[in-house]
Design a protein around this ligand. Structure first.
Ligand SMILES: [Zn+2]
Length: 131
């Protein structure tokens, strides 16, 4: 799940990390790295649970096991989580190649059966690509 800034066509980044208590309503603030525009995603407790179950990388945490495991398995089969540190590493990559690098790393991670992209996975992927 991503929010795109309609002005910049940039993927918005999580600007505010929501409170970790599960079962509560959730507010996530996304910020456009281009123009600084912000949007807030407000969910009720059920939606918050759904969002967590879908493995959305809110604040870089991986989703805890949830009753909606089946939904997650079917909807996010090809989806990988990036840890906060891994995202920061990716941000150092020049913008014009970032999406390509991201795809390459995710392809490698999937080949390795990883469900999460960590700095270590990035290093391994780079080594694998001869970088
Ligand atoms: Zn923008």
């Amino acid at each position: 799940m991503k929010f795109l800034c309609v002005v910049c066509d940039e993927a918005m980044k999580v600007a505010e990390i929501p409170s970790p208590s599960s079962g509560d309503a959730l507010t996530v603030v996304f910020r456009c790295p281009g123009c600084g525009h912000q949007v807030a995603l407000l969910t009720n407790p059920w939606e918050a649970q759904l969002v967590r179950s879908l493995g959305v990388a809110i604040g870089g945490r991986s989703a805890p096991p949830a009753p909606l495991e089946l939904v997650r398995a079917t909807l996010t089969e090809a989806r990988l989580l990036w840890t906060e540190e891994a995202e920061r590493r990716l941000e150092r990559v020049p913008e014009f190649v970032r999406s390509v690098v991201r795809k390459s790393i995710e392809r490698y991670a999937r080949q390795q059966g990883c469900r999460e992209v960590t700095p270590q996975v990035i290093d391994e992927a780079k080594a694998d690509m001869g970088m």
